[in-house]
Design a protein. Sequence first.
Length: 386
Amino acid sequence: MSYRILETDDIPGYLRERGHWDDATDIGVREVSDGNMNRVFLASSADGTRSLAVKQALPWVRVAGPSWPMSPDRADAEARAYAQVAKVAPDKIPAIHGYDPENHALVMEDMSDLEVLRTRLNEGEPYGPHTSARTGELVAQLSFATSDFGMESAERKALIAASVSPELCKITEDVVLSEPYIEHEHNHWHEQLDDLAADFRADARLRTEVADLRHTFMTSAQALLHGDLHTGSIMVGEREGAHVVRVFDPEFSFVGPVGYDLGLYWANALVSEERARALGTLSDHGDQLRLSWEAFESEFRRLWPTRVDTFFDDAYLDRFLRRVWTESLGYAGTEIVRRIIGFAHLTDLTTLPDPVPASRRALLLGRELIVRREELSTPEHVRALL
Ligand code: SR1
Ligand code: MG
């Protein structure tokens, strides 16, 4: 399948052709690609009054190049996910101006007035009072609406079918949920973590628990997920005096276990806490797991009376939420581990003057979250581990 891979100089013409920019003003463009997978360009008028972002999926993993081919159809999954979130939480995602399926390109709001949450945290800034609450709420709103509680059975079966994303799910099944626990060429780590990496590969109990989480990831079609909800997929800032949170980059979206989204967020919050501990800049880090869980739970409970299938009773809601909590802890553990001994690492740790002590703490915490998730029943239990 061939399509037009956009370069910086192509963007003004592309935006005009697609009807996103209909006057003759000069358009300045810069490439701001940052994630592992895609390219992103920002286009703005010379006077700075108008701007747009263009995101295009390449036929490979951007950071690996053509040696790691990857279908650009992942952009379809991203556009679909944005369309679903727009129905229930339009204030928590960027405005989408158009999707071009032929060229796998999304034209969307320029959010460069906001800051990527990871960048802000790495610079020593606190989360502030709303970031985790809005993120937890978003997970509740998206997951309730796309679960069998918020959607009629037949419509949901169609959503599940339309959201199947084999290649991107396989990336997660591999790089998050198996490779760090086996010998694999993708894996790498700091040499002073050799002992822990070897321990983790030899740990039969850990491997069985990760297998359980992996199988749940493969089979538990609870709701539409963001699929990669780390702190690099969230932008925060102020607009007109209000704190805004925007979740972006849902290309890994598919119908899976809700705890995967919460778990990724928690893992990244916990790793950022280890960075802050190492640098002596701890602030509100320790509250974030609790705040996001409380916001998720209270929003999910608020929506519960609107469920479309009342055979699911209140006692079942408690059981469902308990399962989401437990699985979230497990996925948080796997996300921490893979970010230190797997393929894709985090700048939170890699940019520390000495990443080893914080990485060791995080790895051990990750293992505990995986193997002891059933006995950790509250945010306070997780705090006690730290
Ligand atoms: C090959 S991609 C590795 C990671 O980058 C993405 O952002 C996802 O987190 C994926 O696991
Ligand atoms: Mg991404």
